[in-house]
Design a protein around this ligand. Structure first.
Ligand code: HEM
Length: 316
């Protein structure tokens, strides 16, 4: 029996990187056989490209995750089994705010210490994908000072560290065919930064639920009722659930377009989904000054499963 082995997973761990590129592609759906053959080659090449860059740019700490949406899985592997929780995200709505869904088939999350390495990976990937995909979105993110989210707060403190993350981030024996895979939820937020920057530090702290400078958590009674670290919690039967989360800042400052690219990797999609539902149900403060630009769920196969895809085992 295959066992849970984080080393077999793609890079679904908390490792934000200095330079980040998120790419969402759509399959053209012009020629299914050609797309299948293209994906098989990509599954193989993508891993060789990573191995090569880890030699060529050994200091760059390259991390890559590649995923497929439910729609892509149905199109590319119609006769293969499907990860238990893989579905098309159709959005969630609360009394005041909604999180919309957006199109996407193939998802790339590439991060490294230098932009050159990120560029090299994505441009090489594009060679193997461009004949049967179009680009839906490309967002380039960066590490902000002290690992802060763009709203100025330290990001990721309560997200599990690599050594503890396996039980939260990767699929286990509950879905043996897809063991060591992961569910990635990618969501692009645009912030009204002038609104946020006009709030006092005290208001911002009550809104996030932590102190801004030193990252200490506030007492519950000091937080707003819709503080982010209250609204986003999912605690079935009083048991707090975790996912691996990263909030990557992006900005086009001259155009006043600044936001957060949220990426959450989880063993169970329903955990992330319930966090999203809780956020809209409780009108999370973050939603009050943000516009949600996109959101979709992707399955991140283990590296073993990518090798099976490369060998044509899912299309035969
Ligand atoms: C604009 C987007 C977002 C920003 C800027 C943001 C930022 C933050 C910050 C600064 C923290 C406190 C430090 C930490 O533990 O990481 C936090 C906590 C958290 N966030 Fe977010 N977040 C965003 C979106 C989301 C989304 C979409 C989810 C859920 C799918 C989420 C789930 C959580 C959870 C579960 C916590 C920890 C709560 C706790 O146990 O204290 N966040 N976030």
């Amino acid at each position: 029996m295959v066992s849970i082995n984080p080393a077999k997973a793609q890079d679904v761990w908390k490792d934000v990187g200095e330079h980040v590129d998120f790419v969402v592609l759509s399959l053209t759906r012009a020629d299914q056989a050609a797309a299948q053959a293209g994906i098989e080659e990509f599954a193989d090449r993508s891993q060789a490209i990573i191995r090569s860059l880890r030699i060529r740019a050994a200091e760059d700490n390259l991390k890559v995750a590649i995923g497929f949406s439910n729609a892509a899985w149905d199109y590319l592997f119609p006769n293969a089994a499907k990860p238990k929780e893989l579905e098309t995200f159709t959005g969630v709505s609360g009394p005041e705010y909604s999180m919309p869904a957006s199109a996407g088939d193939i998802f790339l999350h590439v991060r490294a210490k230098t932009e050159a390495t990120v560029y090299e990976v994505v441009s090489q990937y594009r060679r193997f994908l461009k004949d049967f995909t179009t680009v839906v979105d490309e967002t380039k993110g960066f590490r902000y000072f002290e690992g802060r989210a763009i709203i100025g707060f330290i990001d990721g403190t309560e997200a599990p560290e690599v050594q503890d993350a396996a039980e939260y981030a990767i699929i286990g024996h509950e879905d043996p065919e897809f063991i060591n895979g992961s569910y990635a939820f990618a969501q692009k937020w645009l912030h009204d930064m002038s609104f946020w920057e006009n709030q006092s530090t005290e208001t911002q702290e009550k809104a996030v639920g932590r102190e801004k400078f030193n990252d200490l958590e506030l007492e519950d009674e000091e937080k707003f009722k819709n503080a982010h670290n209250v609204a986003s919690k999912y605690e079935p039967n009083g048991e707090e659930q975790k996912i691996v989360r990263m909030n990557v800042p992006f900005s086009d400052p001259a155009n006043d377009a600044t936001g957060t690219y949220f990426i959450g990797y989880s063993r169970y999609w329903h955990v992330t989904k319930n966090m999203l539902i809780n956020m809209v149900d409780q009108s999370d403060f973050l939603l009050t000054f943000s516009t949600l630009l996109s959101g979709q769920l992707y399955f991140i196969p283990s590296r073993d499963l990518l090798a099976d895809i490369a060998d044509g085992k899912l299309t035969n």
